[in-house]
Design a protein around this ligand. Structure first.
Ligand SMILES: O=P(O)(O)OC[C@H]1O[C@](O)(COP(=O)(O)O)[C@@H](O)[C@@H]1O
Length: 321
């Protein structure tokens, strides 16, 4: 029987089940690290993820996955997963976040999954999204429509830092040149990264990582996944879909977004505290270490899990397989 995801124990149990899913996906993609084969790596992670999800007692629907049914045989948007008996949930997955990183053997590739009670996750098409993310101390104090300098000043105030100490994470892309320049002119610091803006967004929510703000344009699916993590961490996330043509605009409307250009707040992207986020490192990164093969043949995974919407509720998990 399917039921609402509404009790704490069920959410905890489901989060543990999904932790195993993320670990399995990371372990399955690991042999492809540094092999220059993005599709094979992604395929291995996707297949492992889907197989493991099949045994979870839930009635799940993939709302963000590997693409539309005609583009992806597995974990496509709308695919029903789980045993069909248990909590009704919406699932957003990226079996390999940072396929280029992984294929080149570079840092920060990871497996990510976000889950929320059914009907409470934004269904975002695979297109670009403008994003801004901060941790709990600056929650409610950012505005994606304001100039970046204003946001930097506001974050500095919230964190009790001098502007020169504020670190802004930005994806190293030509489209971000003016943002990067603005950080320099404000006197703050940039931390550029080549791929993987989910990691950058989460990093803002963890005090021990020296990242205070993430800004820039990246994938919309990654944006929704990061929004769940930030909701659980107690941080903040705002976004705006970038429709580059009429087709993209119509796709948004078709997915239920009546006004695709509007500013999306955290509550628009994940509308419930009954949610959680899990990630497992594939390669080493600023958030997590990657998969390790030990001398005795066992494998070690490093995962991150954050549950609910109360904030600062996260855990790092090391598991020997
Ligand atoms: O590479 P682009 O077109 O700048 O897209 C940015 C997006 O790509 C990523 O860096 C990685 O995406 P992939 O895992 O699909 O390679 C995301 O984190 C980010 O949102």
């Amino acid at each position: 029987m399917s039921m609402k995801l509404d009790n704490k124990e069920d959410i905890q149990q489901l989060a543990m089940d999904f932790l195993a899913v993320a670990q399995e996906a990371a372990l399955s993609s690991y042999p492809w690290v540094g092999k220059g084969k993005k599709n094979e790596a992604d395929g291995a992670g996707t297949e492992a993820m889907r197989t493991r999800m099949g045994s979870i007692a839930m009635d799940g629907t993939v709302v963000i996955g590997e693409g539309e049914l005609d583009e992806a045989p597995m974990l496509y948007i709308g695919e029903r997963v789980g045993t069909g008996r248990g909590p009704l949930v919406d699932i957003a997955v990226d079996p390999v976040e940072g396929t280029t990183l992984m294929s080149k053997g570079m840092d920060n590739a990871l497996t990510v999954i976000a889950v929320a009670e059914k009907g409470h996750l934004l269904h975002a098409p695979d297109m670009y999204m403008r994003k801004i993310a901060v941790g709990p101390k600056a929650k409610g104090k950012i505005d994606i429509e304001a100039p970046l300098t204003e946001n930097i000043c506001s974050v500095a105030r919230c964190l009790g830092k001098d502007i020169s100490e504020v670190t802004v994470m930005i994806q190293d892309r030509n489209r971000h040149q003016s943002l990067i320049q603005e950080v320099f002119e404000a006197g703050a610091k940039v931390k550029l990264f080549s791929d993987g803006d989910v990691t950058g967004a989460i990093a803002t929510g963890i005090e021990d990582i020296d990242v205070d703000l993430l800004v820039g344009t990246g994938g919309a699916p990654e944006g929704v996944i990061a929004a769940v993590a930030l909701r659980s961490l107690g941080g903040d996330f705002q976004a705006q879909l970038i429709c580059q043509n009429e087709e993209e605009f119509n796709r948004c409307v078709g997915m239920g977004l009546s006004d695709p250009d509007r500013i999306l707040r955290l509550d628009d992207m994940v509308r419930s505290d009954r949610c959680f986020f899990v990630a497992t490192g594939i390669t080493d990164g600023i958030l997590l270490n990657g998969v390790r093969k030990k001398a005795d043949g066992s494998m070690l995974t490093h995962s991150f899990i954050t549950i609910g919407g109360r904030g600062n509720n996260f855990q790092f998990v090391e598991t020997r397989h």
